[in-house]
Design a protein around this ligand. Structure first.
Ligand code: ATP
Length: 305
């Protein structure tokens, strides 16, 4: 097993009162579907995401250096690498928070590079954030309702006058959010404000909120941070269940190697912005460049030569 050189996460349950890109846009003008609309007959194995030659620089730092890989529809792909490898930068490119200097990003065969960040969830891509992006003053249920609301088709006038259709839409949103509360076993805190809840609980809320938009591609940024051993085991089961039952492809950034190796179909490894390996979990665990990146030495080498 490859062990991460990161030993502590240092995360706290700090929340910003700023909305993330959880809820934007009503109808996808690229695909013509509503947000979260399912494509019928999705072909497993076909690339849902194609990253080509992606390069991002911050001044003199090359955060991503010509990174290319594909994610097949229906797979769980682990994206790993030591601290500073470029994982979050890649997620930020996919969320369109960063614009790459070079390279292309295609989702379901179409470029997403011209899509503004607020349209990404409507295109079918949701994400969670390493350090959370929830509304602290809303309850857990309300935070998840925000995610469901992304696929609501209510218009301004109907909402302003609270027409009957709006009331039934609200009931649907509440019911759908509550269903996710039960999936993530958040019933006990559903009516509590997010502010002050433990970090591990908030990670689950954010995961539920990301799923609420019915994405076809889910970007999970360190979902195991702050979780104990039993909670990580439960998270592994949940990630697989969600992929199997909700028709979601998952790209997983995670430092917990046990979780990555257990749930991933494939693993992509970054180090100093470059892709150094890609393969099955078993291949990655044996890969000399991966072992060298994490431990500083490859098998058979001694560190003190
Ligand atoms: P971690 O596992 O610690 O979260 P990571 O693999 O997600 O690390 P990134 O956060 O993507 O790594 O960072 C890649 C490199 O780019 C690092 O050297 C980081 O300091 C740098 N970097 C990331 N974002 C910025 C930014 N906004 N401005 C300047 N440098 C940045």
């Amino acid at each position: 097993m490859v062990r991460s050189r990161r030993t502590t996460s240092g995360h706290r349950g700090e929340l910003r009162e700023t909305p993330d890109s959880a809820c934007h846009g009503l109808v996808d003008t690229v695909t013509g579907e509503g947000p979260g609309g399912r494509r019928s007959g999705r072909e497993d194995g076909v690339a849902i995401l194609a990253v080509r030659d992606l390069t991002v620089r911050f001044g003199g730092i090359v955060a991503l250096d010509a990174v290319s890989f594909e994610v097949a529809a229906g797979q769980i792909v682990g994206l790993i690498g030591p601290n500073g490898a470029g994982k979050t930068t890649l997620f930020n490119c996919l969320s369109r928070l960063y614009t790459p200097e070079r390279g292309t990003l295609a989702f379901e065969g179409r470029s997403i590079q011209d899509a503004p960040p607020h349209r990404i969830p409507a295109l079918g891509i949701s994400r969670t954030f390493q350090n959370l992006a929830l509304f602290p003053s809303l309850t857990v249920l309300q935070n998840i309702m925000v995610g469901v609301h992304c696929q609501s088709r209510g218009d301004f006038v109907s909402s302003a006058f609270r027409l009957p259709a709006v009331r039934s839409e609200e009931a649907r949103i509440r019911a759908e959010a509550w269903a996710l509360v039960t999936v993530f076993e958040l019933e006990g805190v559903a009516d509590q404000r997010a502010a002050g809840l433990p970090f591990g609980t908030l990670k689950r809320v954010e995961f539920a909120r990301a799923l609420a938009g019915r994405p076809r591609l889910l970007l999970l940024d360190e979902p195991a941070a702050g979780l104990n051993h039993e909670e990580v085991a439960a998270l592994a089961r949940l990630i697989r269940e969600i992929r199997d039952e909700r028709d979601v492809t998952i790209l997983l950034v995670e430092h917990h190697m046990g979780l990555v190796m257990e749930v991933s179909d494939r693993v992509v490894v970054l180090d100093f912005g470059r892709k150094i390996a890609e393969g099955s979990p078993a291949e990655i665990q044996q890969h000399p460049d991966v072992i060298r990146a994490y431990l500083g030495v490859a098998p058979g080498e001694t560190a003190l030569r």
